[in-house]
Design a protein around this ligand. Structure first.
Ligand SMILES: *Cc1c(COP(=O)(O)O)cnc(C)c1O
Length: 510
């Protein structure tokens, strides 16, 4: 098939492909469309099939391989009908990247899911103190758990860590202990500034860029030191009348190696205290304290930040913590009080479902006997290569024997991702499928695209002429769905595949 990869749109291949597009009644033979017609009426389904065929025709005319097989067109018609497949839907993550922001970061523990369902179904005491019937604080429950887990005097929660950072900057840069002006010379008050090392001016996930967060918070950034070395004295010399705080940021997604230096957090905290300034510690990943899954010794923990004397420690709820998206702030009572008094707090507040999931996640972490086995993220981090290899062998055998694919098991590496531990890959075993890919997929990337568009959607890793499936990030309960999605992609795109292709879902063959 020469229509993919920008083949001549008006060439003979393209015309042949256009002629091969199935008729409406052929696509309608798909059992899923018959079911949809029962629910939505035949007219709506026929309209959607016409639209799907029209799209494929346009695609072919533009020189794209638009997937003109009946099963693929039926899937597209179902998508057009909507309702059958929501825009946001579950995905099987076979990338081996455990915290993939594009894939929603951390899966939740069953306990957290149940807690979400329980408060979502009806009313809850979100802001009601059930003892006295008075108004309560929505974060009170999670704050109690966070205090216990980190040793901090107080805690609060907002929408995400970017929000937490903005809030911390604003709260610390205002009010007593914040802006100092007017200057000793009697000049106008200076805009407050916060000191950061040049080695920590991070960008995380494309949209969290520290200088831009400063700008949005209305706080001036005072850079000190150099990319690889910043000394305590650099901070000390930068402190002036406009200094409102010192910020330390964990460079989550990169490491500066070689000739490097930065002061210990304790020393930075002593300096800040001596000069009457708050110290903010953005640790990013959200390890709470000891007892995190193995191999992550590098990651700073909230408990360490608190013990070292930081006034505020900030982190995400959906990174190493293994919980829902949120930004957590723990620290001194006065710092948290200032944060909670910020008007921005209201704009960044978390909803009941997030709080329910977070409370259940923290409760699991507080019970070390259960955390490692109950939190899916921790379980996946801790899964040993041997067991992943055995699962990979089983999948590879299925792909070879049933579908005739060139599948083998290779040693590979999983990554924590999500802006964490960039330099510590986790050894894994992956199923590697090499060419030839199912027909209509001239390359590894086009087959990967077909898998992404499948049902269930599968996101594999594409690597140098092959498609890789890393089972570290695939739950055992998802394995059957993964095999089925691969099988279906072969059947959809390669009806003559392998000896048993299509056995389980004998849809019409063109
Ligand atoms: C991930 C990260 C952030 C952003 O956190 P979100 O929860 O994604 O908003 C901020 N700072 C650091 C150091 C991070 O690693």
């Amino acid at each position: 098939m020469g229509t993919a990869n920008g083949g001549d749109a008006d060439g003979p291949d393209s015309r042949r492909a256009l002629r091969r597009l199935p008729a409406v009644h052929v696509v309608l033979g798909d059992e899923r469309l018959a079911e949809a017609a029962g629910r939505l009426g035949r007219e709506a389904v026929v309209g959607a099939v016409r639209a799907a065929i029209g799209e494929a025709r346009d695609g072919l005319r533009e020189g794209r391989d638009a997937g003109g097989d009946p099963r693929g067109l039926a899937s597209r018609a179902l998508a057009i009908l909507g309702g059958t497949r929501p825009a946001l839907r579950p995905v099987i993550n076979a990338t081996g990247i455990l915290l993939h922001t594009g894939l929603g970061r951390s899966p939740l523990a069953e306990e957290a899911i149940a807690a979400v369902a329980a408060v979502a179904r009806g009313y809850s005491n979100l802001e009601l103190d059930l003892d006295d019937g008075e108004r309560g604080r929505r974060t009170a429950g999670v704050a109690r758990l966070l205090r216990g887990l980190t040793g901090a005097a107080a805690a609060t929660v907002v929408n995400n860590n970017a929000g937490a950072t903005m809030l911390a900057l604003r709260a610390m840069a205002r009010g007593p202990g914040g802006v100092r002006g007017p200057t000793p010379e009697g000049g106008p008050a200076l805009a407050p500034e916060v000191i950061v090392s040049r080695g920590e001016l991070v960008e995380i996930g494309g949209s969290f860029r520290l200088p831009e967060i400063f700008e949005a918070a209305g706080v001036r950034l005072r850079e000190v030191g150099t990319t690889n070395r910043t000394r305590l004295d650099d901070y000390a010399r930068a402190i002036g009348p406009a200094t409102a705080a010192i910020l330390r940021v964990h460079p989550s997604n990169y490491r500066i190696v070689g000739f490097t230096e930065k002061p210990a957090l304790e020393d930075l905290a002593s300096l800040a205290r001596a000069r009457g300034l708050p110290l903010i510690d953005d640790i990013g990943s959200g390890a709470l304290g000891p007892g995190m899954p193995g191999g992550l010794a590098d990651e700073p923990t909230a408990a360490e930040g608190v013990a070292a004397g930081a006034d505020l420690v900030l982190f995400s709820g959906d990174k190493l913590l293994g919980g829902p998206q949120c930004g957590i702030l723990v620290g001194s009572a006065s710092a948290i009080r200032k944060v909670e008094a910020e008007p921005l707090m209201r704009a960044l507040r978390v909803d009941k479902m997030t709080l329910a999931a977070l409370e259940a996640t923290l409760a699991l972490i507080a019970d070390p006997a259960h955390a490692a086995s109950r939190l899916p993220l921790w379980r996946m981090i801790g899964a040993d290569v041997g067991s992943i290899r055995r699962r990979a062998e089983r999948l590879a055998a299925g792909l070879r024997d049933e579908l005739g694919l060139d599948a083998s098991v290779v040693e590979s590496e999983s990554f924590l991702g999500g802006g964490s531990a960039p330099v510590s890959p986790i050894p894994t075993a992956a199923v590697r499928v090499g060419p030839p890919f199912p027909a209509g997929s001239p390359s590894e990337s086009s087959w990967a695209r077909a898998l992404r568009r499948g049902d269930p959607a599968v996101v594999p890793r594409v690597s140098r002429g092959a498609v890789l499936f890393d089972l570290r990030t695939v739950a055992e309960a998802e394995e059957a769905g993964l095999l089925d999605a691969i099988r279906r992609s072969c059947h959809d795109r390669w009806p003559d595949a392998g000896p048993g292709a299509g056995v389980d879902h004998g849809g019409p063959t063109p």
